[in-house]
Design a protein around this ligand. Structure first.
Ligand SMILES: O=CC(=O)O
Length: 374
């Protein structure tokens, strides 16, 4: 067989895709099938339900959509609106001939971008509308981690407060805000996009003086851009640095870069060992950016002060015996960064609009540029 011959599995995939188109045409209804992996609620769902040109298939149970159900529904579908737990990979795309994947998330680690680009499938996502909510939680975690929120709230939860005697330095931690005798405060950002910058804006009133950041795609200094940032945020300096400087210069390291193979374990043992002993690590991006085992070791051995995590590798399969859950200075939240009513509603509406635009070939509210990923 020449190398150009189709393998049995690729022939099967092609046949499935053709059958998918055919099944769509066969309905003769002229309507387009759209699969939705979660009910988006009474405010956002009508955006889809009111469109009589659509055949809506909705996973209606109040739990994550089963993979087998999703795979079963994709043949004949023009679009799918899904959540970040729903993997968009060859297995899914081979089942049909989708025009659009619309994810109700700003992150797209669960989506195989090169494959989408190769197949000409558009990707809608939900940036901007969640920036403030996630930036709020990011600052909250920096405060909770540095001020021992987990350990101290545990004292109350376990009914131990009456037995604990007040003492001058009990439960103390590093101070986030700058107040004498603290002269400087440096915020470090791994990733310097919308949410990172919204976080930095919130830190300015705390008295932060400096900012260092590592930005994709390059780590080369960018003095012109940095001068503009310095002025914009009214700080003493904002500098694009290499990853080692980020680790060593920051009082708080905020992890706010996209997940995926290119950023996996950027925060590893070497990084953590370079951080200040009084520094705090906050991750509100994706769990895969941080090596959990290395972080647990760093906390146990005191290389850094504390960590605040809204995301963790392997989530949601995180139980009480997880090494990070056992660490008293690791505050962990179950991925609630965008979880405010207003924000989730805006995300749901954005995801619905993106789906409609995708199936009808219109401009999306937010479409990820896939050029260059194939
Ligand atoms: O993590 C949440 C999101 O990507 O929206």
């Amino acid at each position: 067989m020449s190398s150009e011959s189709a393998s049995p599995s690729s022939m099967q995939a092609t046949r499935q895709r053709l059958m998918s188109i055919a099944s769509h045409l066969r309905t003769g209804s002229g309507r387009m099938k759209v699969v939705v992996t979660r009910d988006l609620g009474p405010d956002a769902m009508p955006l889809l339900r009111e469109r009589k040109e659509l055949d809506l298939v909705v996973w209606s149970e109040n739990r994550a959509c089963e993979r087998a159900w999703l795979l079963e529904q994709i043949p004949g579908a023009a679009g799918v609106l899904l959540m970040l737990a729903d993997k968009v990979n060859e297995e899914l795309l081979d089942k049909g001939f989708l025009k659009v994947v619309s994810t109700m998330s700003v992150g797209y680690e669960h989506v195989d971008l090169p494959l989408l680009a190769k197949r000409g499938v558009r990707l809608g996502y939900t940036p901007d509308v969640l920036t403030d909510a996630v930036a709020d939680v990011t600052v909250m975690l920096a405060l909770m981690a540095s001020r021992n929120a987990k350990e101290t709230a545990g004292v109350i939860d376990r009914g131990e407060w009456p037995n604990s005697t007040w003492s001058p330095f009990i439960f103390c931690g590093p101070q986030l805000s700058r107040t004498p005798p603290i002269q400087t405060r440096t915020a470090g950002f791994l990733g310097f996009g919308r949410i990172a910058q919204a976080t930095l804006r919130r830190l300015v009133p705390f008295g932060f003086t400096h900012c260092v950041y590592v930005a994709n795609p390059s780590t080369v200094p960018n003095p012109v851009q940095d001068a503009a940032y310095t002025k914009q945020f009214n700080l003493q300096s904002v500098r694009r640095v290499d990853i080692d400087t980020l680790a060593s210069a920051s009082d708080v390291v905020f992890v706010l870069a996209p997940g995926g193979d290119k950023t996996r374990h950027l925060v590893n043992e070497a990084f953590l060992r370079k951080m200040k002993k009084t520094a705090v690590l906050v991750n509100t991006a994706r769990g895969t950016l941080v090596d959990s085992d290395a972080l647990a070791k760093a906390l146990k051995e005191g290389w850094i002060w504390a960590a605040g995590l809204d995301v963790v590798e392997g989530e949601p399969n995180v139980t009480v015996d997880h090494p990070l859950v056992k660490e008293p200075r690791c505050v962990m939240l179950p991925h609630i960064g965008s979880a405010t009513f207003d924000t989730r509603l805006s995300m749901a509406a954005c995801a619905a609009r993106n789906t409609l635009a995708g199936v009808f070939g219109e401009t999306m509210q937010a479409e990820l540029e896939l050029k260059g990923t194939a």
